[in-house]
Design a protein around this ligand. Structure first.
Ligand SMILES: Cc1ncc(COP(=O)(O)OP(=O)(O)O)c(N)n1
Ligand SMILES: Cc1nc(C(=O)O)sc1CCOP(=O)(O)O
Ligand SMILES: [Mg+2]
Length: 208
């Protein structure tokens, strides 16, 4: 399994946002340190998801970056992505591992040590842990767990913990100090006036 990048960019496909422009800008700065997770709205068709994921994968490969697909593992396989990410409403982690195979990168969402330990036992190779802070990007999430919640999960598992939810360059140091291996962001890059500069700031905060 390739080593995992520390900066995870999750695509923002809300109306008015341009995910490929942000991906190109971030790749130019972060290269192999970038993981791009293709995430679309629930009402996107598989064909739309495939078309976006194929283009992201084609951008990631020459840059040495990792392309993952959220939820839709058949799309991950179809575009030759490195793997996928699943949460509570998606395929169970063990089933996802069977779909993707033993060498794929497989992320799972876990908010507390018990679910984190179970996810790793079932085959997760990294964990997405959050929401760390308040976010306007996704509705219906539980209250933020903060760096203390990240610390609890990171101390319970041997795999990389990727902190998510309201992450900015300013909040990265406390998350890293709590044991986060890396961070996943949507808005910190998709709403930035200069996504390349915002990428550089996140990488600096991560110590990359
Ligand atoms: C890195 C990372 N962590 C958590 C999530 C959330 O996944 P999930 O709980 O399945 O929710 P959706 O993203 O599918 O709405 C993630 N995508 N990435
Ligand atoms: C997709 C997602 N999942 C989360 C979780 O906690 O499981 S938070 C989140 C959205 C993260 O967006 P932003 O970086 O703009 O806060
Ligand atoms: Mg999901």
């Amino acid at each position: 399994m390739p080593s995992l990048g520390r900066l995870h960019l999750i695509t923002d496909t809300r109306p008015g946002y341009d995910p490929l422009t942000v991906v190109r800008a971030a790749l130019g700065v972060a290269g192999p340190e970038l993981v791009v997770q293709v995430r679309v709205s629930d009402d996107a068709t598989d064909r739309e998801t495939y078309d976006l994921a194929r283009r992201v994968r084609e951008l990631c490969t020459p840059a040495g970056a990792t392309c993952l697909v959220n939820d839709r593992l058949h799309v991950a396989l179809a575009v030759g992505a490195a793997g996928g990410h699943v949460g509570a409403d998606d395929l169970p982690v063990a089933a996802a591992r069977r779909v993707l195979g033993p060498d794929a990168v497989l992320g799972a969402t876990a908010r507390e040590p018990v679910t984190a330990t179970r996810a790793v036992a079932a085959g997760a190779s990294y964990l997405g842990v959050g929401p760390c802070h308040a976010t306007t990007t996704k509705d219906g999430l539980p209250p933020p767990i903060g760096p203390a919640g990240v610390r609890a999960v990171a101390g319970a598992v041997p795999v990389p913990v990727v902190a998510i939810g309201g992450v900015t360059a300013a909040t990265v140091p406390a998350l890293r100090a709590a044991g986060a291996y890396g961070v996943a962001v949507v808005g910190a890059l998709s709403t930035a006036t200069d996504p390349a500069r915002a990428t550089a700031e996140l990488l600096r905060a991560l110590g990359c």
